[in-house]
Structures are given as C-alpha cells and as structure tokens.
Design a protein around this ligand. Structure first.
Ligand SMILES: Cc1ncc(COP(=O)(O)O)c(C=O)c1O
Length: 407
C-alpha cells in the first residue's frame, strides 16, 4: 500500500490571548476569551453553528486529531469562548459548559458517585437537585442524607468516613441562609469527601467557592451569568484532574448549543455591572421591606443572625439581588399582593435584568409536603424576589404601593 502524500501539518488549536495579570474582574470579563487569530480577526467571537467539522482525508475519527475540532457535542470554538471566560471568573483550572444547570448537576453527581457511597446534602437546595438526589441516586445504591440548617453549626459532626460527596448552596433558596463554605470544606477534607457548591445565587462576582476550599463549583448559568432570561445553560469549574472524572459531554450529552454559548459569552461581558446594581437593589429593597408593617419577616443574606452576618461579611463581596419576605397577612395575602405589583413579573427563575417575583411554596418547592416546607422555614406566606437592574427607587415604590394596599 502506498503512503498518502504528506498533507499540511495538523492545525493546533489557537490559544486565547493572555490577559495582563494585573487586570481586574470587569476588565477580564470584557477581554476574556479573545482569539482573533482563529476568528478571521473578528473582535466579537463568531458563532460556529455547526454540529460537525471537516476532517483532512488522512485522518479518521480514531486517529490523533492534532488539535482539530471533531464534533460539537465534544468541542466547539464558540462554546470554548464562554467556557474560558467562566473559568477565569471562578478562578479554576478548567471549566465545562452544559445545556442547563441540571445538566451540570446530574453529570457531576452521577460521575462522581457509585454504589455504596454516601452523599450528604444541606436540605435547602434547588428542587431539581433534591429530586435527583431523592429519586435517582437510591436506584444506583447511593445513599443520600439530607441535613438540616443546624448542621451548619458543626459540619464536622455530620460527615462520616463513607461520605464521598457533600453538596450545598449558599445563600440558600428561598430563605437566603448563608452557609460557611470554608468550614464545610475543612470538614469534607477531613473525611476525604469532595465538596461541591452550587454558586448560582451568589455569582462568582460576589463569592468564589474554590478560593474558600470547595472542590468544584456548579452554576445554573441560565440565571445571573446569562442574565437576560433568554437561554438555558449550566457550568462546572474546578481542577483539571477532577473534571477529567466527570462526563461533561460524551455520554450524558448535556452539551451547550453554540448559539446559547454565544449569547452567554456576550452576557458575561456585563456580568459585574449587572451584579453590582443587583447587589445595590437587594440592599435597598431589603431595608425598605423591613420597615413595612405588612411584612412579617425579611430573608436576606446575613439577616438571620450575627453569626451569619459574620460569615457573609467574610465570604461574600456583595449580598446579591435575592430577597424573600413573609407576609403578615398569611397565604391569603400573597395572590392580591402579586396582582398589585406593576413592574415585577410573576415568574419562577431568577438573575435576569427584569425583576421577578414568585411564591416558592407553589413553584420551586411545590413538590415538598407541608411538613417538609415547614422544616425549611417556608410557609404559604413566603414570597421571593429576584431583583433586576431597574432603578432602586422604582422597585421600592412598586413594592411599597402593593404592600400599602395589603393593609
Ligand atoms: C440554585 C439552582 N441550581 C440549579 C438550578 C437548575 O438550573 P437550570 O434550570 O438551568 O437547569 C436552578 C434553577 O432554578 C437553581 O435555582
């Protein structure tokens, strides 16, 4: 058999332009993921909307691909741009993007656990994560133990040698309890377990779990990272050795589409500006709601106790744009209050530029029994706000006028 004529040397993937080490976070967001050499000089990254890539004849799928792209479930230049910006943002060695937050969460948990393992999770979690842990994992012989918020006082007494994975969110949904990530990281380390933190509510602008000792950080990038309520995405960031153990694309296939990745990269450029405004809106709205007679209780990071305030001051740069309240008028007061709001959309989800409001008892936490809701401090009178980037005075006015009429 004759040898095929030598073709051009295999093209290597083009590296991202380095960003000066002194650049701040907003500068990094604006300039991250720059690779004009690959993109015909384009300043805005193009959308490589293709499922597959042309291969030189001398190569086959099984051959060494020499850095070429093969198939978009595995890698895609547009997805790589958003991935690189996010990696820098969370300060991790590697990052991966997924088609949704649940794609990131299920791929991570199912890849890192096996029969006989124990997973410990703080009970205040996103409903989809609770469903995965409760319904799916036991089918594979993985034990799941949910621990109440009191476990935050002494995480080291809760974990056991058979605990392989510890899962938590901070601040939690919808009571916005702040969890001491560094302390849970030390406790997990002591028993050889991995700590994964869902950082969706805080965003990497306000909190970087990896720098606090977490092993992995996950996101529903659908929320603040995308920031405009127009796409679904998930993210995972951590050390390369750990990400290699997680199926991020080939088997579970929860891959992000190039167009969604393009929108995500575009949104990430303004993340710090949006989150700064949302932090400020959260601060002003929480203060105004605490003064209103129709409000029984305000839930806001650090407000629960002096201990939580100290943890929040230590691990968060800003407190975020999520605020919940309990209405003095009880569950019957919720619907009329929601109907009187003029700016807030009544919708689940969070983190978008427009303000949203929802009643967790009938949306994100509807699958829980009344007893389970009570154990989480959620009753029918709880309303959760996701503050957008509107003027703070406008949001306070809309809320105050709707509450005034609640009597
Ligand atoms: C904290 C948290 N994690 C994960 C998810 C799931 O993300 P997605 O809806 O992008 O699958 C959500 C969704 O609301 C969430 O609030």
């Amino acid at each position: 058999m004759t040898e095929p004529p030598p073709g051009p040397p295999p093209k290597q993937r083009v590296a991202f332009d380095p960003i000066p080490e002194w650049a701040g976070v907003t500068t990094r967001l604006v300039h991250g993921g720059r690779r004009p050499e690959l993109n015909a000089g384009a300043v805005a990254p193009p959308i490589y909307q293709t499922s597959t890539f042309h291969f030189p004849a001398a190569h086959s799928e099984s051959a060494d691909r020499g850095g070429l792209y093969l198939y978009s479930r595995l890698e895609n230049p547009t997805v790589e741009v958003a991935t690189e910006i996010l990696r820098q943002l969370e300060g991790g060695e590697e990052a991966r993007l997924f088609g949704s937050g649940m794609g990131a969460i299920s791929s991570t948990i199912l890849s890192l656990t096996r029969s006989g393992d124990e997973v410990v999770a703080l009970q205040d979690l996103y409903g989809g994560t609770i469903d995965l842990l409760t319904d799916l994992l036991p089918r594979f012989g993985i034990r799941v133990r949910f621990v109440p918020p009191e476990a935050n006082d002494a995480p080291e007494t809760v974990l056991r040698p058979e605990t392989r994975l510890v899962w938590l969110e901070s601040p939690t949904n919808p009571t916005l309890t702040v969890v001491d990530i560094a302390r849970w990281a030390r406790a997990a380390d002591a028993v050889g377990a991995l700590l994964v933190v869902d950082n969706t509510f805080a965003t990497p602008i306000n909190q970087q779990p990896l720098s606090l000792g977490a092993d992995l950080v996950v996101h529903s990038a659908t929320k603040y990272l995308a920031g405009h309520g127009d796409l679904l995405a998930g993210a995972l960031v951590g050390p390369e050795a750990l990400l290699r153990r997680i199926d991020t694309k080939s088997v579970f296939g929860a891959t992000l589409d190039p167009f969604a990745a393009f929108l995500l990269a575009r949104s990430l450029r303004t993340l710090s500006l949006r989150v700064e405004r949302q932090n400020e809106n959260g601060r002003q709205v929480a203060a105004a709601l605490a003064r209103h007679a129709a409000v029984r209780r305000v839930f806001y990071p650090g407000r629960n106790s002096p201990v939580e305030e100290a943890i929040a001051a230590r691990q968060m740069r800003g407190r975020g744009g999520m605020v919940s309240i309990s209405l003095r008028g009880g569950a019957e007061a919720v619907d009329p209050f929601l109907k009187r709001l003029r700016l807030f959309h009544v919708a689940s989800s969070l983190g978008s530029v427009e303000s949203l409001v929802s009643a967790p008892g009938i949306t994100s936490h509807r699958h829980l029994s009344p007893e389970e809701l009570a154990a989480r401090g959620i009753d029918g009178s709880v309303v959760r706000f996701s503050l957008g980037i509107e003027e703070p005075d406008d949001l306070v006015r809309d809320l105050t006028e709707a509450l005034d009429a609640s009597g």
